[in-house]
Ligand binder design. Structure first.
Ligand SMILES: NC(=O)c1ccc[n+]([C@@H]2O[C@H](COP(=O)([O-])OP(=O)(O)OC[C@H]3O[C@@H](n4cnc5c(N)ncnc54)[C@H](OP(=O)(O)O)[C@@H]3O)[C@@H](O)[C@H]2O)c1
Length: 245
C-alpha cells in the first residue's frame, strides 16, 4: 500500500507519516515544501502516481470565510479528481467536530471545514471523514481566535480536547482499514466549559489576557461529539481546571 499524505510535513501530517513508516507502509509527502501545490495544481498528478490512499491533513493560515472556504474546497476537489484519475481507492479527510453548528457556525475557518466536508461528499472517491475535537496543544491558539481588542470573549460552551497522538493513531487505523469508515469522531476524556478552559490555560502560561464569558449562539454542545465517538485516554496537561458536569 502506498499512502500520500497531503500536508505530510505539517503538525499532524508529519506524525502520521512517522507512524505509517514505523509500520513499514510506503509513504509520500505532498505539501508545499515538497513542491506540490493543490491550489496551483503543481506536481499533483506526479505525486499521486501509484498511490492507494490519500490522508488529507492540509491546512491554511486563512481564518476568514472567503479564504478558508476557497482553500479547503479547491484542495479537496483537486485531490478527489486527480486521485480518481490516478486510481486512488480511499480519500481520508481530517475535519473538526461540530463545525457549522452553534457557536462554531459563524467562524470563517470552520465554514472552510464545512465546505471541505461537502466537497469530499460530492466527489466520486470513496472517503472517510475523521472529525477530531481541538488538539490539547491547540487551546492557546483557540484563545487567540476568540480574542477581541485584547480580551478573550469565550462562550460557556462545552469542549473536550484530545491529545494529538491519539488522533494520529486513529488516522493511521482508518488509512490501513479494509474499507472507508465513512465518518468517525474522536475526543479527549475530559469535558470542560470553553471559558474555564481558556482561563485556566492562559493563567498557567502566565498570559494576562482577561477571559470574559459571553453569551453564545445556542447549541453549547457544538464542539463536543453528540453521538458515539472514540474517547482518548490522555488527560489535559494543565490540571485543576473545573470539569463540566
Ligand atoms: N488544531 C486543531 O485543534 C484541529 C482539530 C481538528 C482538526 N484539525 C485539522 O487538522 C488539519 C491539519 O492541521 P495541522 O495543524 O497539521 O496543519 P499544518 O501544520 O499547518 O500543516 C498544513 C500542511 O498543509 C500544507 N499545505 C498548505 N497549503 C498547501 C497547498 N496549497 N498545497 C500543498 N500543501 C499545502 C503545508 O505544506 P508545508 O509544510 O510545505 O507548508 C503543511 O504541510 C487541518 O485541516 C485542521 O483543520 C485541527
Amino acid at each position: 500500500m502506498k499512502v500520500l499524505i497531503a500536508g505530510g510535513r505539517g503538525r499532524v501530517g508529519s506524525k502520521v507519516a512517522d507512524l505509517l513508516e514505523a509500520k513499514n507502509v510506503e509513504v509520500i509527502s505532498g505539501g508545499l515544501a515538497d513542491g506540490v501545490d493543490y491550489i496551483e495544481g503543481t506536481r499533483v498528478a506526479e505525486v499521486l502516481t501509484g498511490v492507494d490512499v490519500i490522508v488529507n491533513v492540509l491546512n491554511t493560515g486563512r481564518f476568514d470565510e472567503e479564504g478558508a472556504v476557497r482553500f479547503f474546497e479547491e484542495t479537496t476537489r483537486t485531490l478527489t479528481a486527480e486521485g480518481q484519475r490516478a486510481g486512488v481507492t480511499h480519500h481520508i479527510l481530517l475535519s473538526i467536530v461540530g463545525v457549522g453548528e452553534g457557536d462554531a457556525s459563524d467562524i470563517g475557518y470552520y465554514l472552510g471545514k464545512v465546505a471541505q466536508e461537502r466537497a469530499i461528499r460530492e466527489g466520486s472517491l470513496p472517503y472517510s471523514i475523521v472529525r477530531s475535537t481541538q488538539f490539547q496543544g491547540y487551546i492557546p491558539v483557540l484563545a487567540d481566535q476568540y480574542t477581541v481588542e485584547g480580551k478573550v470573549l469565550a462562550p460557556r460552551d462545552l469542549i473536550q480536547p484530545v491529545e494529538l497522538d491519539e488522533l494520529v493513531d486513529l488516522l493511521v487505523e482508518v488509512a490501513l482499514g479494509d474499507s472507508p469508515v465513512p465518518e468517525v469522531e474522536i475526543a479527549g476524556p475530559e469535558r470542560f466549559h470553553l471559558d474555564d478552559l481558556l482561563r485556566g490555560t492562559l493563567a498557567a502560561r502566565g498570559d494576562s489576557r482577561e477571559v470574559v464569558t459571553v453569551a453564545g449562539n445556542g447549541a453549547i454542545d457544538a464542539l463536543v461529539p453528540r453521538g458515539s465517538y472514540r474517547m482518548g485516554e490522555v488527560l489535559y496537561p494543565i490540571r485543576g481546571i473545573p470539569l463540566a458536569t
